[in-house]
Design a protein around this ligand. Structure first.
Ligand code: ATP
Length: 245
């Protein structure tokens, strides 16, 4: 029913990364897992997640990876739920929350997911709890989602309220050039990715995002993104220092 890459793009990055970029997820997961338990006397820092969206190839991963490099330990990606069986080496609660179909459906009925969908006969979803846990652990949760994910998160009661950020390409020609030069696309997948671009750009034009960043010069775009988050990042760093991390 779905082509894998098309469906993967409908999920938050946490899902995509756990499928496509396991090392990165491992790195950020480890940083989340190493958080010591808070004592009652510590005032919990609750950090607003970011929802980052934009056409494929516009530079979302490039920008987020720069943030991860400059602010190590400050970011985390949520861990998705799935009904599929673990693959060799995958760990429950680390690579995914592996659950039964019944457990998954119960969570859907309880309105526990920000987003969920079926893929190759298995269900996948990002729970609100997994995002909230990161926020309350004092880290900044990054959700890299397609337009449907953005709409679904906008309708949710996620707290704290996320910041919605759109990464815009300088032009369609440049977007195509970037996707081609990345060397990851077939002619078919390139066409699919470019086909969804107009819808994403039109949606951004409705004012759906708190911030729109044009990724022309990478360094300029990065400074823009960092500027949006810097206050939170300083708080996170201060909190980590207090905790002796
Ligand atoms: N400002 C920029 N100038 C030139 N090239 C860039 C710029 N930003 C990113 N790129 C390049 O464009 C390509 C696509 O970037 P990237 O993979 O980060 O996009 P993406 O939005 O995460 O895509 P996808 O949604 O498909 O994962 C990469 O090869 C990257 O190095």
């Amino acid at each position: 029913m779905f082509k894998s890459i098309a469906l993967l793009r409908s999920f938050p990055t946490a899902f995509r990364i756990s499928e496509l970029r396991p090392l990165l997820l491992q790195q950020v997961f480890n940083s989340a897992a190493s958080q010591p338990a808070r004592t009652m006397s510590q005032q919990a820092l609750s950090v607003r997640p970011i929802v980052i969206s934009g056409p494929s190839g516009t530079g979302k991963s490039t920008l987020v990876n720069k943030l991860l490099a400059e602010f190590p330990g400050c970011f985390a990606f949520s861990i998705s739920h799935t009904t599929r069986n673990p693959r060799p080496g995958e760990v429950n609660g680390k690579d995914y929350h592996f659950v039964t179909k019944e457990e998954f459906v119960k969570l859907v009925e309880e309105n526990g997911f920000l987003e969920h969908a079926q893929f190759s006969g298995n269900m996948y979803g990002t729970s609100k709890k997994s995002v909230r846990d990161i926020s309350s652990s004092g880290q900044l949760c990054v959700l890299d989602v397609e337009i449907n994910g953005v709409k679904s998160i906008k309708q949710s009661d996620l707290s704290p309220k996320p910041r919605f950020i759109f990464i815009k390409p300088p032009s369609m020609e440049e977007l195509r050039r970037r996707l081609e030069s990345r060397g990851t696309e077939t002619e078919e997948s390139l066409k699919k990715r470019l086909d969804t671009t107009k819808e994403a750009m039109d949606y951004a034009d409705t004012g759906a995002y708190d911030h729109v960043i044009v990724n022309n010069e990478l360094d300029v775009a990065y400074e823009h993104l960092k500027g949006i988050l810097i206050e939170d990042l300083h708080k996170i760093q201060g909190d980590k220092l207090k905790k002796g991390q």
